[in-house]
Ligand binder design. Structure first.
Ligand SMILES: NC(=O)c1ccc[n+]([C@@H]2O[C@H](COP(=O)([O-])OP(=O)(O)OC[C@H]3O[C@@H](n4cnc5c(N)ncnc54)[C@H](OP(=O)(O)O)[C@@H]3O)[C@@H](O)[C@H]2O)c1
Length: 298
């Protein structure tokens, strides 16, 4: 059975990968841009669900400007909290399942070990708090909701940490990157591929099925932003890769506080969905090949 999907977001990293990969799956995907469905108006945005009556809704749009959210808490809460709530309510009304994305920034990073889904949340930022409220309200409004918390999303699209590192390296600029924040880089392509591969299961599963609830999805391997940058440069430039020097978060203050170790444990996802996210260097090589139009260097 072809799964009819209504997707919020058309231009973001994950949204673009969903659109790109959808033709390889038995799905019919309609994506709504911000012009078609502005999440800053949650009720108007949710009306699309009532009109389309899809099998599955994927909420791939969000307020993702982490630092800017500190000065726009109301808007961040509307887009990341109230909009998922309104969309989830509409999903429950029309019998659609919902996939919604969240973040490692719901945690304070002080656990000292990777976070499991049922660990206590403690966001340090407005962004993290807004995403946490969206998770909770979506789950409360629609029993057939799957929340996928992810981290350090990377792709060949949009503004991007990896692209910035490559540019600075090519310009011969000194590279100094934070080395005391730990996490798991995640390819938007892998996250999108996972969702599409599970679309039929999610669309068919009844409330209470193990596929619903909160899950962590991140590529395998914990690193720091410095380790991530160094890995990207080594894949892209091989022996010519410059050294990335470590700095502390305290040396680069930002408006929003980030968890120092928000690393996500993906054991629940692996058990319920029988998948193992691959090590982050593998999709990173594919992204760098796409960016440079060259064959990836192993
Ligand atoms: N990026 C990360 O490192 C990261 C980490 C953890 C979790 N996540 C979560 O993963 C999900 C996908 O993130 P991403 O990296 O793909 O995001 P992204 O590349 O920053 O894109 C955000 C998307 O949301 C849209 N959007 C923003 N405000 C909107 C509004 N008011 N109405 C409708 N659409 C709006 C944007 O549209 P425009 O192009 O029109 O602005 C864009 O399509 C989000 O839920 C995010 O919180 C991301």
């Amino acid at each position: 059975m072809t799964v009819r999907i209504l997707q919020y977001g058309a231009t973001g990293q994950v949204a673009r990968e969903l659109l790109r990969q959808a033709p390889g799956h038995d799905v019919q995907l309609k994506a709504l841009s911000r012009a078609e469905a502005d999440l800053a108006d949650p009720e108007a945005a949710a009306r699309h669900v009532r009109v389309e009556k899809p099998d599955l809704v994927i909420l791939a749009a969000a307020y993702t400007a982490v630092d800017q959210a500190e000065s726009e808490p109301g808007l961040a809460h509307e887009i990341n909290g109230e909009a998922p709530a309104a969309i989830a309510k509409a999903c429950a009304e029309v019998g659609a399942a919902l996939v919604h994305f969240s973040t490692d920034y719901v945690f304070d990073g002080r656990k000292g070990a990777p976070y499991r889904e049922d660990d206590a949340a403690g966001p340090l930022s407005v962004y993290g708090a807004s995403k946490l409220s969206g998770e909770r309200m979506a789950l409360a409004a629609c029993a057939r909701t799957t929340i996928l918390r992810t981290s350090w999303v990377v792709s060949a699209h949009g503004k991007n940490f990896v692209k910035t590192m490559l540019r600075l390296a090519r310009e011969g600029q000194p590279l100094r990157v934070v080395d005391d924040q730990f996490g798991r880089p995640t390819a938007a392509a892998d996250l999108a591929g996972f969702v599409l591969a599970q679309a039929a299961r999610l669309a068919a599963a009844p409330a209470g099925a193990p596929a619903f609830g909160v899950f962590h999805f991140a590529n395998a391997g914990e690193t720091t932003w410095r380790g991530f940058a160094q890995g990207a440069l080594e894949i892209a430039l091989g022996g010519a890769a410059p050294r990335v020097d470590p700095i502390a978060t305290a040396e680069r203050p930002s408006p929003a506080e980030r968890p120092l170790r928000g690393t996500l444990d993906t054991g629940k996802l692996e058990a319920v969905f029988d998948v193992s996210p691959r090590p982050w260097r593998e999709p990173l090589a594919e992204i760098l090949a796409e960016l440079t139009n060259e064959a990836p260097v192993a």
